[in-house]
Design a protein around this ligand. Structure first.
Ligand SMILES: *Cc1c(COP(=O)(O)O)cnc(C)c1O
Length: 404
Protein backbone atom coordinates (compact mmCIF):
# COMPACT_ATOMS: atom_id res chain seq x y z
CA UNK A 1 0.00 0.00 0.00
CA UNK A 2 1.31 3.48 -0.80
CA UNK A 3 1.83 5.01 2.59
CA UNK A 4 4.85 7.26 2.21
CA UNK A 5 3.52 10.39 0.54
CA UNK A 6 2.06 13.36 2.40
CA UNK A 7 3.14 14.89 5.65
CA UNK A 8 3.98 12.50 8.49
CA UNK A 9 2.14 12.97 11.80
CA UNK A 10 3.82 12.34 15.13
CA UNK A 11 1.26 11.17 17.69
CA UNK A 12 3.73 10.31 20.45
CA UNK A 13 3.79 11.93 23.90
CA UNK A 14 6.83 14.05 23.18
CA UNK A 15 8.57 15.33 21.30
CA UNK A 16 5.33 16.72 19.95
CA UNK A 17 4.51 18.31 16.60
CA UNK A 18 6.46 21.48 15.88
CA UNK A 19 4.30 24.30 14.53
CA UNK A 20 5.50 25.90 11.31
CA UNK A 21 5.68 29.18 13.20
CA UNK A 22 8.18 27.67 15.63
CA UNK A 23 10.19 26.14 12.79
CA UNK A 24 10.30 29.46 10.96
CA UNK A 25 11.29 31.34 14.10
CA UNK A 26 14.28 29.03 14.49
CA UNK A 27 15.36 29.18 10.87
CA UNK A 28 17.81 32.05 11.04
CA UNK A 29 21.49 32.93 11.18
CA UNK A 30 23.31 32.67 14.51
CA UNK A 31 22.41 35.74 16.55
CA UNK A 32 24.58 38.03 18.62
CA UNK A 33 24.66 36.67 22.17
CA UNK A 34 26.25 39.74 23.76
CA UNK A 35 23.66 42.40 23.02
CA UNK A 36 20.55 43.09 21.03
CA UNK A 37 17.39 41.14 20.34
CA UNK A 38 18.24 37.84 22.00
CA UNK A 39 19.37 39.09 25.42
CA UNK A 40 16.61 41.70 25.35
CA UNK A 41 14.04 38.98 24.76
CA UNK A 42 14.82 36.92 27.86
CA UNK A 43 12.95 38.78 30.62
CA UNK A 44 9.77 38.52 28.53
CA UNK A 45 10.34 34.81 27.90
CA UNK A 46 10.65 34.16 31.63
CA UNK A 47 7.61 36.30 32.36
CA UNK A 48 5.51 34.40 29.82
CA UNK A 49 6.76 31.01 30.99
CA UNK A 50 5.56 31.96 34.48
CA UNK A 51 2.17 32.90 33.02
CA UNK A 52 1.88 29.43 31.48
CA UNK A 53 2.96 27.89 34.80
CA UNK A 54 0.47 30.12 36.66
CA UNK A 55 3.04 31.35 39.10
CA UNK A 56 4.42 34.60 40.45
CA UNK A 57 7.47 32.63 41.57
CA UNK A 58 10.81 32.33 39.85
CA UNK A 59 12.01 30.30 36.88
CA UNK A 60 15.31 28.81 35.82
CA UNK A 61 16.14 27.30 32.43
CA UNK A 62 18.62 24.49 31.76
CA UNK A 63 19.96 23.23 28.45
CA UNK A 64 18.63 19.77 29.18
CA UNK A 65 15.79 17.38 28.66
CA UNK A 66 13.33 16.41 31.37
CA UNK A 67 15.84 14.14 33.08
CA UNK A 68 18.05 17.19 33.64
CA UNK A 69 15.40 19.09 35.55
CA UNK A 70 14.60 16.06 37.72
CA UNK A 71 18.22 16.53 38.82
CA UNK A 72 18.00 20.34 39.05
CA UNK A 73 14.87 20.34 41.23
CA UNK A 74 16.53 18.06 43.77
CA UNK A 75 19.99 19.65 43.60
CA UNK A 76 18.55 22.95 44.84
CA UNK A 77 16.33 21.67 47.63
CA UNK A 78 17.41 18.37 49.19
CA UNK A 79 20.85 17.40 50.50
CA UNK A 80 22.27 13.88 50.19
CA UNK A 81 21.26 11.91 53.28
CA UNK A 82 17.94 13.73 53.60
CA UNK A 83 14.64 12.03 52.77
CA UNK A 84 11.99 12.55 50.12
CA UNK A 85 8.66 10.85 49.52
CA UNK A 86 8.14 9.70 45.92
CA UNK A 87 4.60 9.08 44.68
CA UNK A 88 4.78 6.60 41.84
CA UNK A 89 2.05 6.11 39.24
CA UNK A 90 4.22 4.90 36.37
CA UNK A 91 7.67 4.83 34.87
CA UNK A 92 8.31 8.56 35.15
CA UNK A 93 7.52 8.79 38.85
CA UNK A 94 9.86 5.86 39.31
CA UNK A 95 12.51 7.60 37.21
CA UNK A 96 12.50 10.72 39.39
CA UNK A 97 12.82 8.55 42.50
CA UNK A 98 15.86 6.83 40.95
CA UNK A 99 17.48 10.21 40.27
CA UNK A 100 16.98 11.10 43.95
CA UNK A 101 18.51 7.80 45.08
CA UNK A 102 21.52 8.31 42.84
CA UNK A 103 22.05 11.69 44.53
CA UNK A 104 22.35 9.91 47.88
CA UNK A 105 18.89 11.01 48.98
CA UNK A 106 16.86 8.49 51.00
CA UNK A 107 13.65 7.78 49.11
CA UNK A 108 10.44 6.56 50.64
CA UNK A 109 8.10 5.39 47.92
CA UNK A 110 4.33 5.12 47.78
CA UNK A 111 3.59 3.12 44.65
CA UNK A 112 -0.02 3.33 43.47
CA UNK A 113 0.47 0.90 40.60
CA UNK A 114 -0.05 1.60 36.91
CA UNK A 115 -3.77 2.23 36.76
CA UNK A 116 -4.70 4.43 39.73
CA UNK A 117 -3.85 7.98 40.74
CA UNK A 118 -1.94 8.79 43.92
CA UNK A 119 -4.32 8.71 46.87
CA UNK A 120 -4.05 11.92 48.92
CA UNK A 121 -5.47 10.12 51.99
CA UNK A 122 -2.57 7.66 52.01
CA UNK A 123 -0.11 10.49 51.55
CA UNK A 124 -1.67 12.39 54.46
CA UNK A 125 -1.48 9.30 56.67
CA UNK A 126 2.19 8.76 55.88
CA UNK A 127 3.03 12.42 56.47
CA UNK A 128 1.17 12.46 59.79
CA UNK A 129 3.31 9.54 60.90
CA UNK A 130 6.47 11.51 60.05
CA UNK A 131 6.36 13.42 63.34
CA UNK A 132 9.99 14.54 63.13
CA UNK A 133 9.45 15.99 59.64
CA UNK A 134 12.23 13.88 58.21
CA UNK A 135 10.64 14.09 54.75
CA UNK A 136 11.90 17.22 53.00
CA UNK A 137 9.92 16.98 49.78
CA UNK A 138 7.05 15.12 48.18
CA UNK A 139 7.72 14.25 44.52
CA UNK A 140 4.58 13.97 42.44
CA UNK A 141 4.05 13.48 38.73
CA UNK A 142 1.16 15.55 37.39
CA UNK A 143 0.76 13.28 34.36
CA UNK A 144 2.76 10.09 34.22
CA UNK A 145 3.31 9.78 30.50
CA UNK A 146 3.83 6.01 30.61
CA UNK A 147 0.45 5.21 32.17
CA UNK A 148 -1.38 8.45 31.19
CA UNK A 149 -2.51 8.82 34.81
CA UNK A 150 -3.37 12.36 35.89
CA UNK A 151 -2.65 13.02 39.54
CA UNK A 152 -4.60 15.45 41.71
CA UNK A 153 -1.89 17.93 42.68
CA UNK A 154 -4.31 20.24 44.54
CA UNK A 155 -5.50 17.21 46.50
CA UNK A 156 -1.92 16.39 47.44
CA UNK A 157 -1.44 19.97 48.65
CA UNK A 158 -4.48 19.51 50.87
CA UNK A 159 -2.96 16.29 52.21
CA UNK A 160 0.26 18.08 53.18
CA UNK A 161 -1.75 20.88 54.80
CA UNK A 162 -4.06 18.51 56.67
CA UNK A 163 -1.03 16.67 58.05
CA UNK A 164 0.57 20.01 58.98
CA UNK A 165 3.70 18.83 57.20
CA UNK A 166 6.30 21.37 56.00
CA UNK A 167 7.73 19.28 53.13
CA UNK A 168 8.07 20.96 49.74
CA UNK A 169 5.54 19.83 47.17
CA UNK A 170 7.20 19.19 43.82
CA UNK A 171 5.35 18.43 40.60
CA UNK A 172 6.68 16.99 37.35
CA UNK A 173 4.59 18.73 34.66
CA UNK A 174 6.85 17.78 31.78
CA UNK A 175 3.99 16.06 29.95
CA UNK A 176 1.11 18.17 31.18
CA UNK A 177 2.15 21.83 31.04
CA UNK A 178 -0.11 23.69 28.60
CA UNK A 179 -2.22 20.53 28.11
CA UNK A 180 -3.89 19.62 31.42
CA UNK A 181 -4.98 22.45 33.68
CA UNK A 182 -2.23 23.26 36.15
CA UNK A 183 -2.19 26.14 38.66
CA UNK A 184 1.19 26.30 40.39
CA UNK A 185 0.44 29.03 42.92
CA UNK A 186 -3.23 28.31 43.52
CA UNK A 187 -2.41 24.65 44.13
CA UNK A 188 0.48 25.45 46.47
CA UNK A 189 3.24 23.80 44.45
CA UNK A 190 6.77 24.70 45.56
CA UNK A 191 8.78 23.32 42.66
CA UNK A 192 7.43 22.56 39.19
CA UNK A 193 9.47 21.13 36.36
CA UNK A 194 8.72 21.11 32.65
CA UNK A 195 10.52 20.74 29.35
CA UNK A 196 10.27 22.34 25.94
CA UNK A 197 9.22 19.39 23.78
CA UNK A 198 5.72 18.50 24.87
CA UNK A 199 2.92 21.02 25.43
CA UNK A 200 5.41 23.81 24.74
CA UNK A 201 5.80 22.68 21.10
CA UNK A 202 9.55 23.45 20.92
CA UNK A 203 12.28 20.89 20.18
CA UNK A 204 13.75 18.89 23.09
CA UNK A 205 16.60 20.73 24.77
CA UNK A 206 15.21 23.15 27.33
CA UNK A 207 14.46 22.05 30.88
CA UNK A 208 12.42 24.43 33.04
CA UNK A 209 12.24 24.73 36.81
CA UNK A 210 9.75 27.00 38.55
CA UNK A 211 10.08 27.57 42.27
CA UNK A 212 8.33 29.30 45.15
CA UNK A 213 9.80 31.55 47.83
CA UNK A 214 9.73 28.58 50.22
CA UNK A 215 11.77 26.47 47.79
CA UNK A 216 14.21 29.36 47.32
CA UNK A 217 14.59 29.37 51.11
CA UNK A 218 15.38 25.63 51.07
CA UNK A 219 18.07 26.31 48.47
CA UNK A 220 19.67 28.93 50.71
CA UNK A 221 19.71 26.42 53.57
CA UNK A 222 21.77 23.82 51.71
CA UNK A 223 25.45 23.50 52.57
CA UNK A 224 26.35 23.44 48.87
CA UNK A 225 24.78 23.26 45.44
CA UNK A 226 26.61 22.00 42.35
CA UNK A 227 27.53 25.10 40.39
CA UNK A 228 25.94 24.05 37.12
CA UNK A 229 22.64 23.07 38.76
CA UNK A 230 22.38 26.13 41.00
CA UNK A 231 19.14 27.88 40.10
CA UNK A 232 20.17 31.12 41.90
CA UNK A 233 22.11 32.90 39.13
CA UNK A 234 19.83 31.44 36.43
CA UNK A 235 16.76 32.95 38.05
CA UNK A 236 18.46 36.23 38.96
CA UNK A 237 21.10 36.72 36.26
CA UNK A 238 23.28 39.80 36.27
CA UNK A 239 24.65 38.89 32.85
CA UNK A 240 22.89 37.22 29.95
CA UNK A 241 25.07 34.07 29.97
CA UNK A 242 23.99 33.34 33.55
CA UNK A 243 20.47 32.47 32.40
CA UNK A 244 21.96 29.29 30.98
CA UNK A 245 25.14 28.83 32.97
CA UNK A 246 27.07 29.35 29.73
CA UNK A 247 26.29 29.85 26.05
CA UNK A 248 22.61 30.40 25.41
CA UNK A 249 20.58 27.84 23.42
CA UNK A 250 20.07 30.56 20.83
CA UNK A 251 17.64 28.94 18.41
CA UNK A 252 15.63 27.20 21.08
CA UNK A 253 14.95 30.59 22.65
CA UNK A 254 13.55 31.89 19.37
CA UNK A 255 11.44 28.75 19.02
CA UNK A 256 10.17 28.95 22.58
CA UNK A 257 9.38 32.68 22.20
CA UNK A 258 7.18 31.88 19.21
CA UNK A 259 5.50 28.94 20.97
CA UNK A 260 4.72 31.15 23.98
CA UNK A 261 3.23 33.74 21.63
CA UNK A 262 1.01 31.05 20.13
CA UNK A 263 -0.14 29.81 23.55
CA UNK A 264 -0.88 33.29 24.85
CA UNK A 265 -2.62 34.38 21.64
CA UNK A 266 -4.94 31.36 21.94
CA UNK A 267 -5.22 31.93 25.69
CA UNK A 268 -4.25 29.35 28.29
CA UNK A 269 -7.85 28.58 29.22
CA UNK A 270 -8.64 27.98 25.55
CA UNK A 271 -5.54 25.79 25.18
CA UNK A 272 -6.70 23.64 28.09
CA UNK A 273 -10.23 23.52 26.69
CA UNK A 274 -8.92 22.43 23.28
CA UNK A 275 -6.98 19.59 24.91
CA UNK A 276 -10.08 18.58 26.86
CA UNK A 277 -12.18 18.62 23.69
CA UNK A 278 -9.68 16.50 21.76
CA UNK A 279 -9.12 14.08 24.66
CA UNK A 280 -12.86 13.49 24.94
CA UNK A 281 -12.88 12.47 21.26
CA UNK A 282 -9.98 10.05 21.86
CA UNK A 283 -11.81 8.49 24.81
CA UNK A 284 -15.05 8.27 22.82
CA UNK A 285 -13.31 6.38 20.01
CA UNK A 286 -11.40 4.09 22.37
CA UNK A 287 -14.59 3.26 24.23
CA UNK A 288 -16.25 2.08 21.01
CA UNK A 289 -13.25 0.05 19.84
CA UNK A 290 -13.00 -1.60 23.24
CA UNK A 291 -16.70 -2.44 23.44
CA UNK A 292 -16.19 -5.40 21.11
CA UNK A 293 -12.55 -6.44 21.28
CA UNK A 294 -9.38 -6.40 23.40
CA UNK A 295 -8.52 -2.67 23.23
CA UNK A 296 -8.57 -0.99 26.64
CA UNK A 297 -7.72 2.45 27.94
CA UNK A 298 -5.21 2.05 30.75
CA UNK A 299 -7.04 4.47 33.02
CA UNK A 300 -10.66 3.50 33.61
CA UNK A 301 -11.69 6.50 35.72
CA UNK A 302 -12.14 9.63 33.58
CA UNK A 303 -11.14 11.83 36.51
CA UNK A 304 -7.67 10.27 36.47
CA UNK A 305 -7.04 10.57 32.73
CA UNK A 306 -4.63 13.00 31.14
CA UNK A 307 -5.62 15.33 28.29
CA UNK A 308 -2.11 15.05 26.85
CA UNK A 309 -1.69 11.34 26.26
CA UNK A 310 -3.71 8.12 26.34
CA UNK A 311 -2.10 4.79 27.17
CA UNK A 312 -3.82 1.76 25.64
CA UNK A 313 -3.50 -2.00 25.70
CA UNK A 314 -4.19 -4.73 23.17
CA UNK A 315 -3.10 -8.35 23.22
CA UNK A 316 0.67 -8.64 22.72
CA UNK A 317 2.15 -8.25 20.16
CA UNK A 318 -0.72 -6.31 18.56
CA UNK A 319 0.30 -2.97 20.10
CA UNK A 320 3.63 -3.23 18.29
CA UNK A 321 2.04 -4.51 15.07
CA UNK A 322 -0.45 -1.66 15.06
CA UNK A 323 2.27 0.95 15.54
CA UNK A 324 4.36 -0.56 12.78
CA UNK A 325 1.43 -0.76 10.38
CA UNK A 326 0.41 2.84 11.04
CA UNK A 327 3.92 4.16 10.55
CA UNK A 328 4.46 2.25 7.30
CA UNK A 329 1.04 2.70 5.76
CA UNK A 330 -0.47 5.89 7.11
CA UNK A 331 2.38 8.20 8.09
CA UNK A 332 1.17 8.26 11.71
CA UNK A 333 3.68 7.44 14.45
CA UNK A 334 2.15 6.23 17.72
CA UNK A 335 3.93 6.05 21.08
CA UNK A 336 5.41 2.79 22.34
CA UNK A 337 4.19 1.09 25.50
CA UNK A 338 6.53 2.35 28.20
CA UNK A 339 7.07 0.79 31.60
CA UNK A 340 4.15 -1.60 31.08
CA UNK A 341 6.33 -4.69 30.73
CA UNK A 342 5.12 -7.85 32.44
CA UNK A 343 6.42 -11.41 32.56
CA UNK A 344 4.00 -12.39 29.78
CA UNK A 345 4.85 -9.31 27.71
CA UNK A 346 8.47 -8.44 28.53
CA UNK A 347 8.75 -5.79 25.79
CA UNK A 348 5.31 -4.24 26.42
CA UNK A 349 4.28 -5.16 22.89
CA UNK A 350 0.66 -5.21 23.91
CA UNK A 351 0.72 -1.49 24.67
CA UNK A 352 0.79 1.74 22.72
CA UNK A 353 0.09 5.38 23.40
CA UNK A 354 -1.61 8.18 21.53
CA UNK A 355 -0.01 11.56 22.11
CA UNK A 356 -2.58 14.34 21.81
CA UNK A 357 -0.57 17.21 23.20
CA UNK A 358 0.53 20.55 21.87
CA UNK A 359 0.05 21.65 18.27
CA UNK A 360 -2.99 19.55 17.49
CA UNK A 361 -6.43 20.28 16.15
CA UNK A 362 -9.49 18.19 15.33
CA UNK A 363 -8.52 17.25 11.79
CA UNK A 364 -5.11 16.06 12.90
CA UNK A 365 -6.65 13.97 15.65
CA UNK A 366 -9.35 12.52 13.40
CA UNK A 367 -6.57 11.49 11.03
CA UNK A 368 -4.85 9.62 13.85
CA UNK A 369 -8.05 7.92 14.97
CA UNK A 370 -8.98 7.02 11.37
CA UNK A 371 -5.52 5.58 10.82
CA UNK A 372 -5.83 3.46 13.98
CA UNK A 373 -9.19 2.16 12.78
CA UNK A 374 -7.64 1.21 9.42
CA UNK A 375 -4.85 -0.57 11.29
CA UNK A 376 -7.27 -2.55 13.45
CA UNK A 377 -9.09 -3.62 10.28
CA UNK A 378 -5.94 -4.41 8.32
CA UNK A 379 -4.48 -6.53 11.10
CA UNK A 380 -7.76 -8.30 11.90
CA UNK A 381 -7.72 -7.05 15.48
CA UNK A 382 -11.29 -7.33 16.77
CA UNK A 383 -12.87 -4.00 17.67
CA UNK A 384 -16.20 -2.30 18.01
CA UNK A 385 -17.43 -0.47 14.91
CA UNK A 386 -18.16 3.21 14.50
CA UNK A 387 -15.40 4.64 16.71
CA UNK A 388 -14.30 7.39 14.36
CA UNK A 389 -17.92 8.43 13.89
CA UNK A 390 -18.26 8.55 17.67
CA UNK A 391 -15.15 10.76 17.88
CA UNK A 392 -16.67 13.06 15.25
CA UNK A 393 -19.87 13.20 17.26
CA UNK A 394 -17.93 13.97 20.44
CA UNK A 395 -16.22 16.87 18.65
CA UNK A 396 -19.50 18.13 17.25
CA UNK A 397 -21.42 17.87 20.51
CA UNK A 398 -18.92 17.94 23.36
CA UNK A 399 -19.99 16.78 26.79
CA UNK A 400 -20.49 19.40 29.47
CA UNK A 401 -17.15 20.71 30.64
CA UNK A 402 -15.45 20.22 27.27
CA UNK A 403 -14.89 23.07 24.85
CA UNK A 404 -17.65 24.05 22.47
C1 LIG B 1 8.90 13.12 28.99
C2 LIG B 1 8.85 13.07 30.46
C3 LIG B 1 10.00 13.00 31.27
C4 LIG B 1 11.37 12.85 30.70
O1 LIG B 1 11.70 13.86 29.85
P1 LIG B 1 12.97 13.69 28.90
O2 LIG B 1 12.96 14.95 28.14
O3 LIG B 1 12.72 12.48 28.06
O4 LIG B 1 14.17 13.53 29.74
C5 LIG B 1 9.84 13.04 32.63
N1 LIG B 1 8.63 13.11 33.20
C6 LIG B 1 7.50 13.14 32.46
C7 LIG B 1 6.19 13.21 33.15
C8 LIG B 1 7.58 13.12 31.09
O5 LIG B 1 6.47 13.14 30.35
Amino acid sequence: MPGSGGRPHLAIPGPSIMPDRVLRAMHRASPNIYAGELPDMMPGVIEDLCKVARTDGQAAIYISNGHGVWEAALANTVAPGETVLALVTGRFGQGWAEVAEARGIAVETLDFGKQAAADPARVEELLRADKGHKIKAVLATHVDTSTSILNDIAGLRSALDAAGHPALLMADCIASLACDRFEMDAWGVDVMIAASQKGLMTPPGLGLVFFSAKAAEARRGLPRVAKYWDWGPRAEPELFYQYFGGTAPTHHIYGLREALDMLLEEGLEAVWARHEWLAQAVWAACGVWGADGPLRMNVADVANRSRAVTSLSLRAPDGRRLREWLEAETGVTLGIGLGMNTEDDPKAEGFFRIGHMGHLNAHGLLGVLGAIESGLLALDIPHGLGAVGMAARSLAKPAAGAAS
